[in-house]
Design a binder for this molecule. Structure first.
Ligand code: HBI
Ligand code: FE
Length: 286
């Protein structure tokens, strides 16, 4: 694991750097346009409507990498959030501190043309296309700030891993009911062509009703499509279940229980789809 606790040269003490939008090259803008066009064409029927509304409010269909100064005018007016540029992953507590103050940290760099389909570290397409449109939705915006505040409290209790799992299975890889359908909202999914298909259509992964404690116990994979997806009823329900939770007893039980293996199903799970786990077993993507 790279030592992400060394402040990168040129970064401010809060890890932010200037976006310096003028220095993006035509090729970098072209990579953004290619990724944007591919997702914008395939998402409308798959993604939660609030995501498309956010793209529209932020005028994100404008060609090229978004200029944060322009983006933030609209975003801040909508929900008080702003996007700040960082060189890459920031230490957990700094990450929580930014979220708690309605600042979303976005990697400034964009992937190379040959990395179109997967990269380990979040780049500006993952962060800005994937995460930012939903920050226009007032309830999701509240959830992200509450998450940051909860993360700062959890850090003091040694429960960062539980919060990282909650982030992973909601903000990054969450599914949501929309009427009778399942729709995408997790940034890790909507910024990935392949996983936007896999997460909804493929019989392999489990799809399980969201439960805070279950998610906080659930291990996850960072190197391939998810084997489990958790489904929320609404952003309002997600916010209510997390903000109103009595975390003391949950954290106590987490300390005394083993984490839940990726791909496991529990008798207490609200199973919407019991997956075949074929994809994971075949090691297709690994
Ligand atoms: N830093 N820039 C950046 N982006 C993230 O998504 C991020 C991070 N640091 C920590 C982190 N995510 C997660 O581990 C949190 O759940 C803690
Ligand atoms: Fe992310």
């Amino acid at each position: 694991m790279a030592n992400i606790d060394l402040l990168p040269p040129g970064a401010a003490p809060d890890w932010t750097i200037p976006q310096d939008w003028g220095s993006y090259t035509a090729q970098e803008h072209a990579v953004w346009d290619r990724l944007f066009a591919r997702q914008a064409a395939m998402l409308p029927a798959r993604v939660v409507p609030a995501f498309m509304e956010g793209l529209d409010v932020l005028r994100m269909s404008k060609p090229g990498i978004p200029d944060f100064d322009e983006l933030n005018e609209r975003l801040h007016r909508a929900t008080g959030w702003q996007v700040v540029a960082v060189p890459g992953l920031v230490p957990d507590e700094m990450f929580f501190e930014h979220l708690a103050n309605r600042r979303f940290v976005a990697g400034r760099f964009i992937r190379a043309p040959e990395q179109l389909d997967y990269l380990q570290e979040p780049d500006i397409f993952h962060d800005v296309f994937g995460h930012v449109p939903l920050l226009v939705h007032p309830v999701f915006a509240d959830y992200m700030q509450a998450y940051g505040e909860g993360g700062l409290r959890a850090a003091k209790l040694g429960m960062i891993e539980a919060l990282a799992r909650l982030y992973w299975y909601t903000v990054e890889f969450g599914l949501i009911r929309d009427g009778g359908d399942l729709k995408l909202y997790g940034a890790g999914i909507v910024s990935s062509y392949g996983e936007s298909l896999f997460a909804l259509d493929d019989p392999s992964p489990h799809r399980i009703g969201f439960d805070l404690e279950r998610v906080m116990r659930s291990q996850y994979r960072i190197d391939d499509y998810q084997q489990n997806y958790f489904v929320i009823e609404s952003f309002e329900d997600l916010l209510r279940q997390t903000r109103d939770a009595d975390l003391g007893p949950i954290y106590e039980r987490l300390r005394s229980h083993e984490p839940i293996e990726v791909g496991a199903l529990l008798p207490t799970d609200r199973v919407l789809h019991a997956g075949t786990q074929y994809y994971a077993r075949s090691g297709a993507g690994a």
